[in-house]
Every structure is written in structure tokens, then in C-alpha cells.
Design a protein around this ligand. Structure first.
Ligand code: HEM
Length: 394
């Protein structure tokens, strides 16, 4: 099939209007085909659930060397865990995989739940508050900072740096270009760190220990530190903010969670399916491959549209309906297979703790106007005011 006969679209997925609400466009892309040529990007989108899973499973054909949708940033990310293919990928990932495994995190569970409880209690004492700043950002920021053991001096810049890390993974549009300098700043600052700057027993220290033991190269330390720090912030921040937004605007679903908090993990999976905090990453084909009868040449940039796959009615019944009884454990929000999110157990622990603490205390939220935060890759809010709330009577 020639390009002119292939399903194609002139849409730019990264303009403001579409970032505000990409779901109608995703539907058009899914209806157009298994793989859709995006004329503006000279790249192919995979919008359907099954094709996304197949591509993510096949790292030999769909290489993470194309994780960003532009060459400049793919070059910068060379040798980082998220951009590497096995066997290099597996070596880098193994450094922290034990510490982030559900078994290891079980020891942290009580501490994280207690910290979330205290934070929620304090925030609810205010007359009004902002879910994004006061809960969704404050909590992961505190937890991830402690776990990685970063020096305090990084705190004022970390959110800006993490946000920029995702922006630059999009196409090299104005949004990505203006974020590039923040990435330089982040790598320059992290580059000044040594093992002794990171808290003893922290994940950051474990990275430097791995280099001392010869398990990874010394030059891999800073990229690994950067990957875990930025991946652990905005993703979870957006997930918690999206969750409160969805529960506040779907009170019947919140009632179900409050009536039976044991469904919280399943309900949070539905939040993640419905509004994925990471909407897209790229892959680059290494060889000729056929997707849905269409031939992609080697070296083709492919967009993995996690957020679209999660709304595919070929896979989920009534996918645009937010339904906490759905139990979509197979959503694509954490990716799948080789590069499936390394921090997903931690993200769930944090979100369950905050939402559980809210479920104990809040029956109804009275929301102000939310403000969407636009980023090339992530989906979330920059503000979600709560003007008041109806407490749960216990
Ligand atoms: C709700 C929160 C989160 C979401 C939605 C999310 C999403 C994702 C996605 C979609 C990927 C796959 C990328 C790919 O397919 O190439 C990924 C990978 C990754 N995530 Fe997360 N993430 C979250 C939280 C975290 C946290 C808390 C951490 C660490 C503290 C983390 C660390 C990583 C790392 C290191 C990778 C790269 C794994 C690899 O390449 O093998 N993530 N994440």
C-alpha cells in the first residue's frame, strides 16, 4: 500500500485544542485504521488497544531509541533506561527494581498511609484548598524526594524540570523547544552530585553503589537519577489530581468507593484507564513490519497512544463511561512488557493512601473551575480548587 492510500490524518495532536480534549480525535484515528500516518509529523500513530500491546511486546522491532518524538531529545536520552533496549535496558532497570517491587514497598505502606492521613487532615481544616498544589503535588513530591534522597536544594526546581522532561519528549514544537533549557539545567545540576550528596540508604545512593560495584557505568548514574526523579513526580501528581476531579464530578462513583473502600485499587485503575497521565511515547522501527496490513519501513517513528488504546471500544465496552466497577487491570496507562512502568507499585501506594484518607472524611466536594495543564506528553491539571466539602458523618 502506498502512503497516499494508507489511512492518514492532517491533525496535529499537540496543539492546545487537542491537548485539552484529545479523545474525539483519538476516536477518529482508531476508526481510520490500525496505523495512521500523521502528515504533520511524518510519523505513524498506533491508536488501537491491540496494536499498542503488540508493539510494546515487540521491543526488537519497536525500539525505544525513538522514545521521544524528535531526534534532538532521543540523542540526549541515549543510554537512559527508558530509551535503551535490552540487554542494556535490563542492566539499568535492575539497579532499582528490587526497591520498587511491591514486596519491598510493603514495608513503606503504613508510613505512606500515615503521612497521607496527616496531610489530608491538615488540608481539610482549611476553608478552601487546591487539590493540585496541596494534595496531588505535595504528597508525591515529599515521598519521591525522600525515597531518592535528593538534597533540599533541588526542591524548588524539581517540578519545573520534571514537567519539562515530558514536554521535550513530544515533537520539537514551541512547547518542547522552550522546555529544552530546563532539561539542560536539570542535567547540569544533577551532574554536580556525588554519592555523598544523596541520603544514605536512598534509591539515589543505590544508583551510585551500583556504579561502584561495576554493575553499571559511572556515566549512567545521572541519567538514571534523572529518569526516576522526573518519572516519579508529574505522573503521580496528575493521577491523583485526575482521580479527585473524576470522583468529584461523578459523585455516584465516589459513593461506591466510600461504601466499600476495598474497591479503591480497582477504582483507581479505572481512573488511570479513563484519563491516562502519560498519553504518548514513541518507538522507532528497526525493520520492515506490518501493522493491520500496512507496511512500515525501518526507521519509522511510531506514536504509542496509551490514552487512545484505553478508550478503544474494540477492547472496553462503553469506554467513555467512567465506571469504578469495571476493574480494567489490563489498561495501558503504565505501558506494557519490557518498559512497563518501573514505579507503578509506588504510584498506586501513594494514590490509594491519599484517596483512602479522603474517602474516610469527604462525602461531597464542591469544586471551583479546574485549569488544565498542557504538556506534550502528560495529561493533568494545574489547578483544581475545592471551595468547600460535605464531611462524611461517621
Ligand atoms: C500514575 C503514575 C505513573 C504513570 C501513569 C507512569 C507511566 C509510565 C509509562 C506509560 C511508562 C512506559 C514507557 C514506555 O512504554 O516506554 C513508564 C515507565 C517508567 N516509569 Fe512510570 N509512571 C508512573 C509513575 C512512576 C513512578 C512513581 C516512578 C518512579 C519513582 C516511575 C518510573 C518509571 C521508570 C523508571 C520508567 C521506565 C521503565 C523502563 O524503561 O523500563 N513511574 N511509566
Amino acid at each position: 500500500m502506498t502512503l497516499t492510500h494508507a489511512p492518514h490524518s492532517d491533525v496535529d495532536l499537540f496543539v492546545d485544542d487537542i491537548l485539552y480534549d484529545p479523545y474525539p480525535t483519538y476516536r477518529e484515528l482508531r476508526d481510520a485504521g490500525s496505523a495512521v500516518y500523521l502528515t504533520q509529523l511524518d510519523a505513524w500513530a498506533l491508536p488501537r488497544y491491540d496494536d499498542i500491546r503488540s508493539a510494546l511486546r515487540d521491543w526488537k522491532t519497536f525500539s525505544s531509541a525513538g522514545i521521544a518524538l524528535n531526534d534532538v531529545v532521543n540523542e540526549i536520552l541515549t543510554g537512559t533506561v527508558i530509551a535503551a533496549d535490552p540487554p542494556e535496558h535490563d542492566t539499568l532497570r535492575s539497579v532499582l527494581s528490587d526497591r520498587l517491587a511491591p514486596r519491598a514497598l510493603r514495608d513503606l505502606q503504613n508510613d505512606i498511609a500515615a503521612r497521607a492521613d496527616t496531610l489530608v487532615e491538615t488540608v481539610l481544616r482549611k476553608e478552601s484548598f487546591d487539590v493540585v498544589a496541596d494534595l496531588a503535588t505535595a504528597f508525591p513530591m515529599a515521598v519521591v524526594f525522600d525515597l531518592i534522597g535528593l538534597p533540599e536544594a533541588a526542591r524548588p526546581n524539581m517540578l519545573r524540570w520534571a514537567d519539562a522532561t515530558f514536554d521535550v519528549c513530544g515533537p520539537l514544537n514551541a512547547r518542547a523547544q522552550s522546555a529544552l533549557s530546563a532539561i539542560g539545567e536539570m542535567f547540569d545540576w544533577l551532574g554536580t552530585l556525588d554519592a555523598k550528596d544523596l541520603k544514605p540508604d536512598s534509591m539515589g545512593r543505590a544508583i551510585f553503589d551500583a556504579a561502584d560495584d561495576g554493575r553499571i557505568k559511572r556515566e549512567s548514574c545521572i541519567p538514571l537519577l534523572a529518569a526516576y526523579t522526573s518519572a516519579g513526580m508529574d505522573t503521580t501528581i496528575n493521577a491523583i489530581a485526575n482521580a479527585v476531579h473524576l470522583f468529584a464530578t461523578h459523585p455516584d462513583q465516589w459513593d461506591l468507593v466510600c461504601a466499600d473502600p476495598s474497591i479503591l485499587p480497582a477504582a483507581f485503575n479505572e481512573v488511570l484507564r479513563y484519563d491516562a497521565p502519560v498519553q504518548v511515547f514513541g518507538r522507532r522501527t528497526t525493520t520492515d513490519v506490518t501493522v493491520g496490513g500496512l507496511r512500515l519501513e525501518p526507521g519509522t517513528e511510531v506514536l504509542i497512544l496509551y490514552g487512545s488504546g484505553n478508550r478503544d471500544d474494540r477492547h472496553y465496552a462503553e469506554p467513555d463511561c467512567f465506571d469504578v466497577t469495571r476493574r480494567p487491570t489490563d489498561h495501558l496507562t503504565f505501558g506494557y512488557a519490557t518498559h512497563a512502568c518501573a514505579g507503578q507499585a509506588l504510584a498506586k501506594l501513594e494514590a490509594h493512601a491519599v484517596l483512602g484518607a479522603l474517602a474516610k472524611r469527604v462525602r461531597r466536594f464542591e469544586l471551583g473551575e479546574p485549569t488544565r495543564h498542557l504538556n506534550n506528553v502528560t495529561r493533568g491539571l494545574s489547578s483544581l480548587p475545592v471551595l468547600g466539602f460535605e464531611p462524611r458523618v461517621r
